[in-house]
Design a protein around this ligand. Structure first.
Ligand code: IYR
Length: 223
């Protein structure tokens, strides 16, 4: 366990003037609103270390009791990517053919998704994100992890934004079930795949669904 009972000055905090804050809030919004999930990737490789820096950013996320219950596997090896594609498409075929209820297929219709997942071969990097359901101490005893899903969501959100920040695009991809990832990537049984974040450059002339985000009045209330 970490011993973080010692407190240190928060020397890295920066305060901005109200004007600067307003400008920064708008600039940040204008930048993140350009992010779009894409489903077609170019095979162009990602410069070295960029994914590693983005993962370091994700690793700064707050987590329950600072347990950092995540593990990221960045897959660039074409052979391993193809194994993941084959296993994922097997699950997707079952999903589209008989597992998904009609109502679910109806809401997916507009997105035009289907069981074929060529992006798993094409994209230069598949980031398999694992949640550590519990930890294991040096004696092999289980350690309870708190707020695992919340922690995973926050870290993944930071990762998505880090990738966007460096000019990459991503796809949040969740075939179900995902236990094939433990097997292919040899991850231990205390870890459960949370998501595959597909990362890379968009295919030339890629298109995205014509969807919009809810207005502030719909998503927020000020009391
Ligand atoms: N995993 C499937 C189905 C799917 C589900 C949701 I919710 C989406 O937003 C998109 C797809 C697939 O990737 O095709």
């Amino acid at each position: 366990m970490n011993n973080e009972s010692e407190y240190i000055p928060h020397n890295h905090y920066r305060e901005y003037t109200p004007d600067e804050m307003q400008q920064r809030a708008k600039d940040f919004y204008q930048d993140v609103r350009r992010r779009r999930t894409v489903r077609e990737f170019s095979e162009k490789p990602i410069p070295e270390d960029v994914i590693a820096w983005c993962l370091k950013a994700a690793g700064t996320a707050p987590s329950g009791a600072n347990q950092q219950p995540w593990h990221f596997v960045a897959v660039g090896d074409p052979v391993v990517k193809h194994q993941i594609r084959e296993a994922a498409e097997k699950e997707e075929c079952a999903f589209y053919e008989h597992r998904a209820p009609e109502a679910w297929l109806d809401v997916l219709w507009d997105l035009g998704t289907h069981a074929q997942k060529p992006f798993l071969d094409h994209a230069p990097c598949l980031i398999a994100i694992f949640a550590q359901k519990y930890g294991i101490d040096t004696h092999g005893n289980k350690i309870k992890h708190y707020y695992v899903k919340e922690s995973m969501g926050i870290a993944t959100g930071i990762l998505i934004n880090a990738l966007h920040h460096v000019g990459l695009v991503s796809l949040t991809y969740t075939p179900s079930p995902m236990d094939f990832l433990n097997k292919i990537l040899r991850r231990p049984s205390n870890e459960k795949a949370f998501m595959i974040l597909v990362a890379g450059y968009p295919k030339k002339d890629v298109t995205v669904p014509n969807i919009s985000k809810k207005a502030l009045e719909e998503i927020a209330t000020f009391v």
